[in-house]
Design a protein around this ligand. Sequence first.
Ligand code: KIV
Ligand code: ZN
Length: 388
Amino acid sequence: MADKLIIFDTTLRDGEQSPGASMTKDEKLRIARQLERMRVDVIEAGFAASSNGDFEAVKAIADVVKESTVCSLARANDRDIARAAEALKGARSARIHTFIATSPLHMEKKLRMTPDQVFEQAKLAVRFAKNLTGDVEFSPEDGYRSEVDFLCRVLEAVIAEGATTINIPDTVGYAIPELYGNFIKTLRERIPNADKAVWSVHCHNDLGMAVANSLAGVKIGGARQIECTINGLGERAGNCALEEVVMAMRTRRDYFGLELGIDTSQIVPASRLVSQTTGFVVQPNKAVVGANAFAHASGIHQDGVLKARDTYEIMRAEDVGWAANKIVLGKLSGRNAFKQRLQELGIELDSESEINAAFAKFKELADRKSEIFDEDIIALVSDESVTS
Ligand code: KIV
Ligand code: ZN
């Protein structure tokens, strides 16, 4: 049996940190239900201590969601952690995710703490969280820009305190796939009790490499949890996109060889829901969930796909929740695609010469109009010059 890969969705927490993407409790609840339907393993529902509204949202999700683990973020202090535990009380399966920055820059300039103080605080936070729930995740914020020796010291200590998941954030999207993968590998090799925890990747997309970095963290580093968001929603350039990373894992199972629990047919509905809720439009050429992700416009591609879909499709549109792939008729389309559309519309032309005449008119129109719709074709064939 292949190893399982845990999908940890943070649309409702890190995704919401995207400027302009804040969501109401009811909106979050609707998205959480969709994530549960998609069989996401862990839903990070929010940051309970950040506001009363977020506390209520985490609580509502914890009370309702039964199939996924529900998680709340908490800074590494008792108040935040207690608040997270309180919000998660009703959950069938709860996780507290506590974090503190470990990079020299963040410790000195942001936290104004010494490394020893950070070390102690991380340890105490995990100890406190562990008394409240068995499932504790620890993140060294800005982990990828932290010094390896110090990071090893902190991570070994928090695992000894009972952290069950160790997440390595590339908080500012600075990583390069091979380097990030090797970074995680090094940590796992150097920390004596590393195998007591599940290792996790959390990548931001500032250089457009969040998905690639996450995949390298799994393949090279041996991570078994990926943190991601629907449509790659998230602060600045966003987070690792769930739909991309999941479909990369599924489509290239030959390479990754890991089991996923995700029901991929729920991906497009989830993408639409998040887009409608936040008002963040999905770009047409976005992988998997963009309107053009399964659309074919060139005549050569259309002809190929009509003969055998694998010629230009590596995934099935239906497998991710689209009704079907799309043959977009326009000036690049060939006769084969045109004929196929006539058939789909139930239009029967009597002879090859009628089809040729209709096709010539179609090409003429396509030079003036970027996309030819079904109504255009119907109008075109009812024109006398085609059928007489
Ligand atoms: O990017 C980050 O460092 C985070 C942590 C809080 C996990 O979101
Ligand atoms: Zn993040």
